[in-house]
Design a protein around this ligand. Structure first.
Ligand SMILES: C[S@@+](CC[C@H](N)C(=O)[O-])C[C@H]1O[C@@H](n2cnc3c(N)ncnc32)[C@H](O)[C@@H]1O
Length: 278
């Protein structure tokens, strides 16, 4: 079994460099324990005895799935329904009414690190609620493109099926009744909410202009893992991916301050969001 004290400083730095270049995640000094806790099972299953052998196998590309499996294991996929609540109040009460008035056409929304799907489906639920409340809203036909680097997260997200424990995190009874159907031991997102969302694999370090332009981008709880240079680069490219007047939503502990001047800060009664500067 992999032991923290057996990881040489050389292999640790080698692994850190690989991880940062592959997915942007910065592993701080002294985080050998994270490698042990996240990779022990994978290495046992692959018969890999130590970190040096793991790096060698990744560099040789043998087995082929190893690189992605390591990235998958090292990313944090923590998420929940209506995470932090306030941004979704801002979406429903400030951004959607403004966009409906200004554009009047269906929106393109990007959930850019969607993990197991809670974020894009939450956005879709907000759209359903908004359209019901305002009746005859043209925003019902909006599209949500949900992306993540992790193929296994995307596969879970696409299934739109959640167990009781995952469902309990952030979802009210009322919304569960409206937006889910009980199927066996789990709950499935209803078609109305599911059909607006399409999933794609996308590493934020790589070009994403082929996804097209968006009216709203959610980039929540992922930039925190990246270096200042990566944040600057991603925020710059996200500004270019927004339509005029488009909005960026970040996570509660994230900010553009010091990283980008392509946005203006907008304080709503619920949360802070960022509008693309003209
Ligand atoms: C903590 S979750 C956040 C999920 C959701 N946005 C939320 O706020 O609840 C972070 C997600 O970012 C993804 N991720 C990490 N590095 C990435 C990268 N370079 N490109 C795209 N997604 C990445 C992970 O796979 C993970 O699903």
């Amino acid at each position: 079994m992999l032991q923290t004290q057996e990881i040489s400083s050389y292999d640790y730095q080698r692994f850190r460099r690989f991880l940062e270049e592959a997915c942007g995640i910065l592993l701080g000094e002294g985080k050998q324990y994270l490698i042990v806790s996240r990779l022990t099972r994978l290495m046992r299953d692959e018969n890999i005895v130590n970190l040096s052998a793991l790096m060698g196998a990744i560099e040789r590309g043998q087995p082929r799935h190893l690189r992605d499996a390591v990235i998958d294991a090292m990313t944090t996929n923590e998420t929940s329904w209506f995470r932090d609540v306030q941004p979704f109040e801002t979406l429903q009460q400030v951004v959607l009414p403004e966009m409906e008035k200004l554009r009047g056409s269906p929106l393109r929304i990007w959930s850019s690190a969607c993990s197991s799907g809670q974020e894009p489906y939450t956005i879709s639920m907000i759209l359903s609620e908004y359209c019901r409340k305002t009746s005859a809203s043209r925003l019902a036909a909006s599209q949500i493109i949900a992306t993540d680097i992790s193929a296994s997260m995307l596969s879970q997200a696409k299934q739109a099926q959640y167990e009781n424990v995952a469902l309990g995190r952030g979802l009210s009874d009322d919304r569960r009744k409206q937006f889910f159907r009980h199927e066996g031991d789990s709950w499935r997102v209803v078609d109305e909410v599911r059909n607006r969302v399409s999933f794609r694999e996308q590493n934020l370090l790589q070009g994403f202009s082929t996804l097209g332009k968006f009216d709203i981008i959610f980039c929540r709880n992922v930039l925190i893992y990246f270096s200042a240079e990566r944040k600057q680069d991603i925020l710059q490219r996200m500004a270019q991916s927004l339509n005029r007047g488009g909005y960026l939503f970040l996570g509660a502990s994230e900010t553009i301050s010091g990283y980008s001047d392509a946005f203006e800060l907008v304080r709503t009664p619920f949360s802070t969001i960022y509008r693309r500067k003209d």
